[in-house]
Design a protein around this ligand. Structure first.
Ligand SMILES: Cc1cc2nc3c(=O)[nH]c(=O)nc-3n(C[C@H](O)[C@H](O)[C@H](O)COP(=O)(O)OP(=O)(O)OC[C@H]3O[C@@H](n4cnc5c(N)ncnc54)[C@H](O)[C@@H]3O)c2cc1C
Length: 241
């Protein structure tokens, strides 16, 4: 009789689900996916959760191949030598091969006030925390989105489409990951939506930082030395688009 191979996939995000599904195409492989939540989180829709147009959740039955066993739990320990994982719920599972696909979380912003007053949206729980805050904010409240990458741009657009007054604060370059032509098109769309884009002058080397107090941006800073924030003079180094 052919031997069976046990594969454990830790993390049921995009990477974990794809790996698990592909492995079921092979004979003699038992695939177990371990994830803390009973539903698949569509992280690419978390900004829509914030705006209220999607809940960013999909039933695992819709995305997991039939042969994948789902264990709803969190891996707290991997014993690589013993080829076993320990789960938060107290269980222990043995494996022949382990796929580690736990994704990422929010980076430490290193910005004064951000940890206490800003709302990161890298995870489902973070986005769910922000949603009622947006709902409770008056329609005229000024919302500042920090970060000129895809998440920041998509979040700013989502909120602006709801009729919110939005400012998008970028580091040096707005949409640095985009081709210049695409960047112009996105900037045009944001302008049509009424989003104010603040972009640091490209000649400066360093990062932009905000001081956030009670959810209000009270100053825009240029960080030359992360230990020491120096306030931008009258924001002359910022390009307003
Ligand atoms: C708002 C937003 C918009 C985005 N938009 C886009 C986009 O348009 N296009 C794009 O390409 N990318 C986008 N991204 C990035 C994209 O979501 C990530 O690149 C992608 O989610 C990474 O997939 P992953 O499977 O590695 O991790 P994840 O999707 O984060 O999945 C990891 C899983 O592992 C689980 N896990 C963590 N620790 C454990 C543990 N100890 N035990 C068990 N399970 C654990 C987590 O709960 C989670 O379910 C966006 C991200 C955000 C936040």
């Amino acid at each position: 009789m052919a031997e069976n191979t046990d594969v454990i996939v830790v993390g049921g995000g995009y990477a974990g689900v794809m790996a698990a599904n592909r492995l079921t195409r092979r004979d003699g492989v038992t695939v177990t996916l371990i994830n803390p939540r009973p539903a698949f989180v569509e992280r690419i829709r978390l900004h829509q959760l914030v705006g209220g147009s999607d809940d960013a959740l999909v039933d695992y039955q819709r995305v997991l191949a039939g042969g994948v066993g789902l264990v709803v739990d969190t891996v707290t320990r991997i014993d690589a030598a013993g080829r076993r994982v320990t789960l938060a719920g107290g269980g222990v599972l043995d494996y022949d091969y382990l796929i580690y696909a736990v994704g990422s979380g929010s980076a430490d912003p290193g910005v004064p006030g951000a940890a206490e007053h800003a709302y990161p949206i890298a995870t489902l729980e973070e986005a769910q925390r922000l949603r009622p805050v947006i709902d409770a904010a008056p329609a005229s409240a000024a919302l500042t989105v920090v970060g000129g990458g895809s998440t920041g741009i998509e979040t700013a657009s989502e909120l602006a489409e709801l009729g919110r007054k939005v400012t998008l604060v970028c580091g040096k370059v707005f949409g640095a990951y985009l081709h210049p032509r695409a960047r112009r098109a996105v900037a045009g769309r944001l302008a049509k939506l009424g989003v104010t884009v603040l972009e640091l002058d490209g000649r400066l080397d360093g990062v932009a930082a905000l001081r956030i107090e009670d959810s209000h941006v009270t100053g825009i800073y240029y960080v030359r030395n992360p230990e020491k924030l120096s306030r931008l003079d009258a924001e002359i180094s910022l390009t307003l688009r």
